[in-house]
Design a protein around this ligand. Structure first.
Ligand code: BGC
Length: 464
């Protein structure tokens, strides 16, 4: 190793470097959360300002997800050619521009376009940030770093709910949508301090740069050498996503599993609450002020319950937590639907129904929220990993769009109680699907999962 690398190793502060690097990249999760959360408090004011129907509101909410589908599809190519860091910078710039564009939109149609632009940023970021995190974090803390990403998503949602609550007294939805550009600027500035991903540098043949970055991050020459050799070895395995998908039935199974898992995550109904919480509280009989505060309580519950998953995933395993989560969600939504069907008359009944909705949030945040993302990256074989993760991330946004664009129509079409029962019922079905198809990947190496998959074992046996 040459003198430059030796010099870097001597002056490195590896712990600080790795932690700041990962926190910065995880801030992409914060942007994701801000985007998801910000719209819920704004819709009622947008609707009365523009005097539009529920179906236009559904489009304003869900156009962002369409943009994110496009962003997620483009992100694979972008992060390979421009690199991870520059893709994140692109996402940061578009995020800031998109938020400001939303704030000044003069008509519902322009707002729909602006939300779509914002979505592109989030689509790119949701593909690139976890990839970058996995590439710069040392093996030992990789899991924790990916969970940090989910924690940042929930924190972003909470911050957006709180800021919406603060602006709700004036009803100024333009400020609600525009203010999130401010954390976007901080994120963007931070991004300029990120090193390029060493794996990407090696992919581009920039060996010396890769060594320098790793030396700074790891602070140990021997570790740097070992890691460079390991990446070299991995890079020999060329990514053959599409051809592998068309020729290999086992790979099609893992891609199908990733797609199914993300569809399950979205059809739990979580984003119904994320996007329309104030409307749900309105239907429970609460005034605007109470609606906003309960929405903030939803956000806080989401953050706190995510911490439960942190403690449990590597101890209990994925499947028991998913069973518990889907069961809690099915019960929570089933009871909310029943209360809405019976009619919520007293204060006690109101509180009880809010409690059940919060129980549902706990169920999601401790299980499907973080775990589905984890499982989706674990089940793909090395050669098809980028393709497999792009397919599942795309599905996350596409099904997210379906949920967002149909909720108000469902409420008016089949009724409040039936809508919640529908989602509650789907959660019950997911318990069965988890049993039949989801593997337990706790403590199993990725190589073992891959060899089980390729030997044709049933999906639920590709883990332990
Ligand atoms: C999901 C998002 C959801 C968020 C809520 C994420 O894992 O992908 O769609 O809004 O969790 O915390």
């Amino acid at each position: 190793m040459d003198a430059v690398v030796e010099q870097q190793v001597k002056t490195a502060h590896p712990k600080a470097a790795i932690v700041t690097t990962c926190i910065l990249a995880a801030l992409a999760g914060l942007m994701f959360g801000l985007d998801i959360g910000v719209i819920s408090g704004a819709t009622q004011f947008i609707q009365s300002d523009f005097k539009v129907s529920d179906s236009v509101v559904e489009w304003i909410v869900s156009s962002m997800m369409l943009g994110a589908c496009v962003g997620a599809l483009a992100a694979g190519w972008m992060s390979a050619t421009l690199g991870r860091k520059r893709s994140l910078i692109f996402a940061g710039v578009v995020f800031i521009g998109g938020s400001l564009f939303c704030a000044v939109a003069g008509s519902p149609a322009i707002l729909i376009v602006a939300r779509c632009v914002l979505g592109i940023a989030i689509g790119v970021a949701t593909f690139t940030a976890p990839l970058y995190l996995a590439e710069v974090a040392p093996e030992k803390i990789r899991g924790a770093m990916i969970s940090t990403y989910q924690l940042m998503i929930t924190t972003g949602i909470l911050l957006a709910f709180l800021s919406d609550t603060a602006f709700s007294s004036t009803g100024n939805w333009r400020w609600m949508l525009g203010i999130i550009a401010a954390p976007g600027v901080l994120f963007l500035i931070g991004l300029f301090f990120l090193p390029d991903s060493p794996r990407w540098l090696l992919m581009r043949g920039r060996r010396e740069d890769a060594q320098v970055v790793l030396a700074k991050l790891r602070g140990d020459e021997a570790v740097v050498k070992k890691e460079i050799a390991a990446i070299d070895e991995q890079l020999k395995t060329k990514q053959h996503g599409w051809s592998m998908f068309s020729q290999n039935g086992n790979f099609r199974r893992s891609v199908g599993l990733g797609v199914l898992l993300q569809a399950m995550q979205q059809f739990t109904g979580m984003n119904v609450v994320m996007y329309y919480a104030p409307r749900i509280f309105k239907d429970m009989g609460y005034d605007t002020h109470a609606q906003m505060w309960f929405t903030a309580a939803v956000g806080l519950t989401n953050v706190l319950a995510t911490l439960i998953a942190f403690g449990l995933v590597d101890r209990l395993g994925r499947k028991p937590i998913l069973y518990a989560g889907f069961t809690i969600m099915a019960i929570g939504l089933g009871v909310v639907g029943t209360m809405m069907g019976l009619g919520i008359h007293s204060r006690g009944e109101q509180f009880f129904t809010v409690g059940m909705l919060l129980l549902f949030i706990v169920g999601f945040a401790m299980s499907a929220g973080p775990l589905i993302w984890t499982l989706c990256s674990e089940v793909q074989p090395l050669k098809g990993r980028d393709f497999g993760i792009a397919a599942s991330t795309f599905t996350n946004w596409a099904t997210n769009w379906v949920v967002g664009v149909t909720f108000l129509s469902l409420l008016s079409g089949i009724g409040n109680a039936q809508t919640f029962w529908l989602y509650g019922g789907l959660n019950a079905v997911f318990i069965v699907i988890t049993f039949l198809l989801v593997p337990e990947t706790k403590g199993v190496t990725l190589e073992q999962i891959e060899s089980n998959l390729m030997s044709g074992k049933p999906l639920r046996r590709i883990g332990r």
